[in-house]
Structure formats: C-alpha cells, structure tokens
Design a protein. Structure first.
Length: 576
C-alpha cells in the first residue's frame, strides 16, 4: 500500500530504488504468540523465505567475478549450507509448531542460541563466525518481511538501493556513493550536518528527519525519494513514477536554463559586482566550480582527506591534493581551510578525543591543531608547497581569540622559512584568515582583525553557537534559525568591522548558497559568497535581479526588528 513520509530535503535530486535498512530486520520482531490455526501458514511462510534466501545466494554466486570471486564464493557456500542445515531449520520449525512463536521470533531465538554456542568457543576464528549466523538469519528475516507485489518486485530487481538508516557519518557516505547507493533516507539528522553538506557535494539525494522511516519502511520496499521536497513515497504507484520522470525532465530543463548563466557576470541591477566562490570537497566540485564561472574556491574543507582512513595523510599526499586543487582552478584563488576535525566529523583517525562530553564545545578545529603542532606543521607545509602553483589563502576554523591566530601565523612563517631554505619554491606572500563562526570571535572582531588578512563567516556554526542549538539535532530544527535577530546583528557587525578594516569578508556557510537569503545578505552589506557549486547559478540568477542600493536601505529595519516574524515582514517588503 502506497504511503508517503516527509522529512527535510537535505540533498536535491530524485531517486527510485529498493530500500536497504541499515538496522537488520531482526530488530523488528513480532513477539505475539500464534493462534493454532495459523501455525501451518506460518511454517509455509518461513519455508518460502528460506527458499528465497537460498535463491538469492545462488544468484549472488553466479554474478561473482574478479579476483575475490573464489573467497567470496566460499562464504556464500557456507551460508547456503547453513540454510540447508536441518539442525538449524528443524529447531526453528519446532519453535513455531510447539512453542507457537511467529517465524521471525523463532528465527531470533534460534539465532540467539547459535550465537551463544559460538561465543562460548575458545578459538577466536570460530567465535568470529557467529557473524555468518547473523547474516544468514538476517537474510531470511528480510524475506519474511517482504510484502511487495510481484510487479513491484520485478521493478525493484532492476533498480539500485536506497539506504534507510537512523544516522550516517560523513565518512560512510563516500563508500556508499561508490557502491552505487542511489539515495539516503535518515530518521534523524539535519540540513546543516556535515553529512548533509557532503551528500550535496556527492550529488547523492538525501532526506533527513523522516522520523517514521525505520518503523515503516521494510527491506526491499520500492521507494521513490525527492531530495528537494523531503518526500519519501513508499510503494509508489505508476502515477508517482510518471511524476518522477516528469520532474526529472523539468530538472533537465531548469538545468539548461541555468546553464546559460555559466559565463554571465554576477552583478546587481545597479551595477555592483558580487563575487561567487565555491565550496569544494572533491575534484568533481572543483571542475564544476570552474565550469560555472566561480571566482575561486572560497572554502576547501581538508578534513575530508582525513576521514575513512586509519593512518593520517602525510605531507606529500596532502601536497598533491592541494596542488591538484590549485592547478584545477587555473590561477583563480583557492582558500584551503586547516583541519576542522572534531564533533560530528570525528573518525577512525584517532585524532579526536572521543570521550568529550560536549564535542561541539571541545577540542575542535584550531584547538586541535594547536595541541598537535606536528600535525598543523605538516598541513601548513603541504599548503605552502601548493602555493608555488597558484594563489592560495590559508583559513583557520573555530577561532575564538587573536592569540590563536598569532600562533598559527608564527608557525606558518616558520614553515615558509624552512621550505625556502630547503629549496622549495613557494609564494612570496600568502594570506591568513579566520573563520568567524563562534560568537566571541564576531563580537570581539575589531580587536582581532589586525591579526587577520581576511575573514570567512561560517554561519553553520555561528547559528549553532549563538542560539545554543546543536546543528545536528533534528529535535531542535525549528530553533536553528538563521533569521534570529541575534544572528542578523552578528552578521551585520562582522561584515561592517571587516569592511572598515579593509579586509575581505566572505560568507561560506550554507546560507550563502540558499537563494532565499541572498537579498538579506546583500542588504547586510555582503558582497562575497561561497557555496556549493551546484547552487552557484541559482544564486547568480537571483543576484542579477536585485538592486543593492534599495536593499541596503532596508538594513536598519532588519536590524531593528525584534522577532523573526517582523524580520520576515521586512524581507517581504524588500521583495516588492
Ligand atoms: C560553517 O560553520 O559555516 C562552515 C562553513 O564550516 P563547517 O560547516 O565545515 O563547520
Ligand atoms: Mg564551521
């Protein structure tokens, strides 16, 4: 039966695929006892599910090829043998027949018994084989839960997978995309989490905060997701699929219309040029940024080089990545941010303290870099070496005090001196800037500005820290409000202080790429934006319709407005 779940559209695009639940179905067990009349039917259900699981394994085995085929085949054979094992299956049938357990509950009991036997073994290898039991049982459980029609199953067998999970770490997203996952539905999560940012960069449609997803979607259900509107259609009808095809066609049309703006200048109607830079995480972002006429890279998040790995990337590896980035931009300026690990980006690298009670307020960004100077030195050396290939700016995250910038600058100079004396050709000059993303840095900016060559406003964190709202907590999504009067005051103040001191100021949080905020930010005095390249043309299209002088005249009213509602009213006036 068709039903629709809604959540937040975190990464645009539509996808049609089979649901793959991250939580194995064994967690959803119906424990109610069976009535006598239902026993035989339940046994039949289980038989069919076991037969389906064996068929699936057979199909998998036939598809194997390549170097690992033999090893994988051995695993599959072992699993098939388990499914044929009378010890295993008789026990489960008895539980249904005698114990009146439903098939899924009986399977779970049998699993727990077998796992207990494996766990009691001394041999660590044999002990680890309990995972095989889990895999086999989970496969049968999935078969039991599948309630799709034959038609739907036929369609499902031809489409890829959509991951349905509670959360997903940024480090897990790249392998997911590489393994052909078409989209992601999360029951929690927020639009400004790093996972959402990365999903946009990977062009992987993603819905967050679809609260009922895990409870209502089952493995192998056919689902249609729309990452723009945050919609998940489970068991879509032919009409839904037709709508999907027509939206895809519309998206192509819109893409064509916007593509005409790729080489157009970004300039308000009254002739003020607005600089649009790109945020980049991957080489694909860099290529797109260039193709769409970005002024440069406004934010390169280096932490993505550090994720998904056990050992840290050394100087040479980092240098090559940064050099390729600089070369990829063909002489346009590139802003490389030093490592911003911590909080939700913590990974297997072992760098981040994992026992912090408040990681967002903990050893993060520049705090981590200054505690591990050898790490920062390697990174600064790699960045400086890349500066020999094109204009590079160094950006430091999570800054709260001038002293931090003084320390980083000292290290940067030492690295430059060492590199030059070792014969490396590096730039004569390099700019060093800070992310303004902690309220303290924004409030005290006038005292700190002399230690900075430029600033980049990180609204993702600035909103979180100003409002004391965890950016990843979907329960607080309604309080995470970039239009809060306190946020607007901080933005206006930061932009004004930087401009008075003749420092370039760019905004590189998600607000910059959201066309609903373009007029507001221009009204507050901003002229430099940095966003995911996928948003560049839309923002350019918006900028080119605006009149900066007229917008600026609304700034005092915006800053006087005491509530979000009044701010919205001023924004509406600005539109007319
Ligand atoms: C920000 O905080 O706005 C920002 C751009 O950095 P990140 O999202 O990586 O924390
Ligand atoms: Mg930040």
């Amino acid at each position: 039966m068709r039903f629709v779940l809604t959540g937040g559209g975190a990464s645009r695009g539509m996808a049609l695929g089979r649901a793959r639940l991250e939580h194995p179905s064994r967690y959803l067990i119906d424990e109610r006892p069976l009535g006598e009349a239902d026993v035989e039917a339940e046994i039949e259900r289980l038989r069919r599910a076991i037969a389906a699981a064996r068929d699936e394994l057979q199909v998998l085995r036939e598809k194997l090829h390549g170097t690992m085929a033999r090893e994988v085949a051995e695993f599959i054979d072992a699993h098939s043998l388990m499914l044929a094992d009378r010890e295993l299956t008789t026990g489960v049938y008895d539980l249904i027949r005698i114990g009146r357990y439903r098939a899924s509950a009986a399977l779970k009991m049998q699993r727990d018994r077998l796992v207990a036997v494996f766990e009691a073994m001394d041999d660590p290898y044999l002990r680890s084989r309990k995972e095989d039991v889990d895999h086999v049982i989970a496969r049968v459980q999935a078969g039991l839960m599948r309630e799709s029609s034959t038609e739907e199953r036929k369609l499902a067998s031809r489409v890829g997978e959509i991951l349905v999970s509670d959360t997903v770490a940024p480090s897990e997203l790249v392998p997911l995309a590489e393994h052909g996952v078409l989209g992601v539905v999360l029951s929690s999560g927020s639009l400004v989490s790093h996972s959402a940012i990365l999903a946009r960069s990977l062009h992987l449609p993603m819905i967050v905060a679809a609260h009922a997803a895990l409870a209502h979607i089952q493995d192998d259900d056919l689902v249609l997701i729309d990452g723009e509107y945050g919609e998940v259609v489970v068991h879509p009808t032919a009409q839904d699929i037709a709508r999907y095809r027509s939206r895809q066609r519309e998206a192509v049309q819109q893409g064509k219309r916007l593509a005409l703006l790729a080489n157009v200048a970004t300039c308000t109607r009254d002739g003020v040029p607005i600089a649009l830079y790109a945020n980049a995480e991957s080489p694909a972002d860099v290529a797109q940024a260039r193709a769409l006429g970005a002024e440069g890279i406004g934010l390169y998040r280096t932490e993505f080089l550090f994720l998904q790995r056990r050992e840290l990337p050394g100087e040479e590896e980092q240098f090559l990545a940064y050099r390729d980035l600089v070369l990829g931009m063909g002489g346009l300026p590139v802003t490389i941010r030093t490592l911003d690990l911590g909080a939700d980006k913590a990974d297997s690298s072992g760098l981040v303290l994992d026992d912090e009670e408040n990681p967002a307020l903990g050893v993060r960004g520049v705090r981590l870099s200054l505690r591990q100077p050898q790490l920062l030195t390697i990174q600064l050396r790699a960045i400086l070496r890349a500066s020999g290939y094109g204009p590079v700016r160094v950006l430091v995250p999570m800054v709260t005090a001038a002293e931090e910038m003084i320390s980083v600058r000292r290290m940067l100079h030492e690295c430059a001196r060492d590199l030059r004396s070792a014969g490396h050709e590096i730039a004569d000059q390099f700019e060093l800037g800070a992310m303004i993303e902690v309220p303290a840095a924004a409030i005290a900016l006038s005292g700190m500005i002399r230690t900075l060559d430029f600033i980049a406003i990180g609204t993702n964190d600035l909103v979180q820290y100003t409002l004391a709202v965890d950016r990843n907590n979907d329960q607080l999504a309604n309080l995470y409000d970039p239009l809060h009067p306190a946020v607007l005051k901080l933005l206006a103040h930061t932009i004004a202080v930087a401009q008075r001191a003749k420092r370039r100021v760019k905004l590189c949080g998600e607000m910059a790429g959201d066309k609903r905020y373009t007029a507001l930010l221009i009204a507050l005095g901003l002229t430099d934006f940095s966003m995911h390249p996928g948003q560049l043309l839309e923002v350019r299209e918006t900028v080119n319709t605006l009149d900066r002088a007229a917008l600026r005249a609304h700034a005092p009213a915006l800053l006087r407005a005491p509530t979000r509602e009044r701010i919205q009213r001023v924004l509406e006036r600005m539109r007319t």
